[in-house]
Write a protein that binds this ligand. Structure first.
Ligand code: AMP
Ligand code: ZN
Length: 432
C-alpha cells in the first residue's frame, strides 16, 4: 500500500522536526548561491537566524522574475560541474525559467514520483504509456524515471499522434496513462471516430491527469469514458515538476509531500498567511534539493489546505484542486472570473463536447465575453430547437456562476483548434 511507509505516515511532530533540520540545511546551502547570498545580505539575515519553522517567514519570497533576473546560473548552490540535468517551465511569455539538478536531486525527485504512482495502485506489472511531452517539460522525464524506478514497463511515446497512441494502447495492453486532461477529453473523439471503446478494447485502469487545471466533472467524464480511476497530479518545474502533490485512492485532494517541500498559503495581495482551509496562493520551499534550492517560491497557483486527516493514513497534508493561477484571472465588466468556472459549468452539461474557447473583446467600449463551445455531433443533425435549448441552458448555467451573461456560440466537434501541450482557452482581444 505504501512505497515508503515510514516517510508517508511519519507522525506530524517528527515531520516538523525533520523539516526544521532540512530547512536549516537548505538555507545554509542556498546562501552559497549568488542570488540568495545577495538576498540574505540585503534582508540582513543569516542562516543561523533560522531556529524554528516560523523563522522561515523572515526570508523574502522568491518570484518567477527573480529566477529570470539571475538567469541562468545565479541560483546554483553547487558548481555547474555537479549538475546533470536542466529543465524549464512551459511558460509562453517572457524568458522561460530554467532549473538545474544534481544526480542526488534527480534521485530524490524520482523517488517522490514513484511514491506518488505507487500510492494509486500502480505496480511493476503495469504497462505505462507516458503521453506527455518529453524534452524540457518535466512531465515527460519526471514520470518516466519514476515509473522505471517503480519497475513498470514504460512506453515513452510523448505527446500527440493520437492514432498511434490508441494503437499502442491496444497492442501493448497499456494499463496506466499519463495525459493532459484537455487532451484526454479531445482523444475521446478520436476513439469514437476509430470505433475503439477503451472499456472494451483496452486494459486501461489508471490515468494520471496533470499540468493544467481541470474540474471534478472533467475527471469523472474521463473516468467514465476510459474506464479508469483518474488521479490529479500537481507539480511545477521550479519545484522539480510532477510529484509535488498527488491524489491518493481516496480522491479527496492531493497529498503534498511535506518531507520535500514546506507549504504556505498566502493572500496574494497582502502576502500574509491565510487560515487553514481558506483559498490563497501556494508558496513552496524545497527541502531536499542541493543543486538549486528555492525558498518561499510564489507559485501563483490558487488552492487551499484541506483540513483534517486522510482516510489513507498518510500524514502529509492535502491541497485542493488548483482553481487557477493568479495571472489567469479575467476581469470582465469589472467581475473577476477564472477559466475553471466556465469549464466546471460546461462539463456538467450533457451534450457539451470536449473543447471550448473564451474570447474577450469590446463592443461599444464595453467588455464582451464570447464562449465557443463544441457540442456533440447529433445536435447538428437533429432538431435545431434542441440546439437552441442547449445553448440557452449553457448561457443560464454560466451566468449563475460568473454573474455576467456571455454570448454562447455552439460549434461542431473538433472545430476549435487544440494544442498538444497545456490547453489555451482564453483569447483576450481587448485593448489594454
Ligand atoms: P510547468 O512548470 O511548465 O510544468 O507548469 C507548472 C504549472 O502548471 C503550475 O504552476 C500550475 O499552474 C499548472 N499545473 C500543473 N499541474 C496542475 C494540476 N494538476 N492542476 C492544475 N494546474 C496544474
Ligand atoms: Zn490520502
Amino acid at each position: 500500500m505504501y512505497w515508503e511507509k515510514d516517510s508517508e505516515t511519519v507522525p506530524v511532530e517528527t515531520l516538523k522536526e525533520l523539516q526544521l533540520k532540512w530547512l536549516q540545511e537548505t538555507v545554509a546551502h542556498a546562501a552559497r548561491s549568488h542570488f540568495y547570498g545577495k538576498r540574505f545580505a540585503e534582508a540582513g539575515i543569516s542562516p543561523a537566524d533560522i531556529t524554528s519553522l516560523e523563522d522561515l517567514s523572515r526570508i523574502p519570497f522568491t518570484t518567477k522574475d527573480d529566477l529570470r533576473e539571475d538567469w541562468p546560473y545565479g541560483f546554483l548552490a553547487l558548481p555547474k560541474e555537479d549538475m546533470v540535468r536542466m529543465h524549464s517551465s512551459s511558460g509562453t511569455t517572457g524568458r522561460a525559467t530554467v532549473i538545474f539538478h544534481t544526480q542526488e536531486d534527480i534521485d530524490g525527485w524520482t523517488d517522490i514520483v514513484a511514491r506518488s504512482m505507487y500510492m494509486t495502485g500502480m505496480r511493476r506489472s503495469d504497462v505505462f504509456q507516458n503521453m506527455m511531452t518529453y524534452a524540457l517539460f518535466t512531465g515527460g522525464l519526471g514520470f518516466h524515471y519514476g515509473a522505471e524506478k517503480l519497475g513498470a514497463l514504460v512506453i515513452p511515446i510523448g505527446a500527440g499522434n493520437s492514432h498511434r497512441q490508441i494503437q499502442l494502447m491496444c497492442d501493448f495492453q497499456t494499463t496506466v496513462i499519463h495525459i493532459i486532461p484537455s487532451y484526454a477529453l479531445y482523444l475521446t473523439t478520436v476513439f469514437e471516430d476509430l470505433g475503439v471503446d477503451p472499456r472494451r478494447d483496452t486494459h486501461l485502469k489508471i490515468a494520471f491527469l496533470g499540468a493544467e487545471p481541470h474540474s471534478e466533472h472533467s475527471r469523472r467524464r474521463i473516468e467514465d469514458f476510459y474506464g479508469v480511476s483518474a488521479y490529479n497530479s500537481y507539480g511545477l518545474s521550479e519545484m522539480n515538476g510532477p510529484g509535488v502533490a498527488f491524489e491518493c485512492p481516496a480522491q479527496k485532494g492531493m497529498h503534498i509531500w511535506e518531507d520535500h517541500y514546506i507549504v504556505e498559503i498566502i493572500d496574494p495581495v497582502t502576502q500574509k498567511p491565510v487560515e487553514d482551509g481558506e483559498e490563497g496562493e501556494l508558496v513552496l520551499t524545497t527541502l531536499r534539493r542541493r543543486g538549486m534550492p528555492i525558498l518561499r517560491y510564489r507559485t501563483k497557483d490558487l488552492t487551499r489546505i484541506i483540513p483534517g486527516t486522510c482516510e489513507c493514513g498518510r500524514t502529509h497534508r492535502r491541497i485542493a484542486r488548483i482553481t487557477g493561477r493568479t495571472d489567469d484571472m479575467m476581469i470582465v465588466k469589472g467581475v473577476n472570473i477564472f477559466p475553471i468556472q466556465i469549464e466546471r459549468q460546461l462539463m456538467e452539461i450533457p451534450g457539451v463536447g470536449t473543447n471550448f474557447h473564451i474570447i474577450l473583446d469590446q463592443e461599444d467600449y464595453t467588455d464582451r465575453m464570447i464562449v465557443k463551445v463544441e457540442v456533440q455531433k447529433d445536435y447538428f443533425t437533429g432538431d435545431l430547437k434542441q440546439l437552441e435549448a442547449l445553448r440557452r441552458r449553457i448561457v443560464d448555467n454560466l451566468k449563475s456562476d460568473i454573474l455576467i451573461t456571455p454570448k454562447v456560440e455552439l460549434v461542431e466537434p473538433n472545430t476549435l483548434p487544440t494544442s498538444e501541450g497545456k490547453a489555451v482557452r482564453v483569447f483576450d482581444k481587448r485593448k489594454k
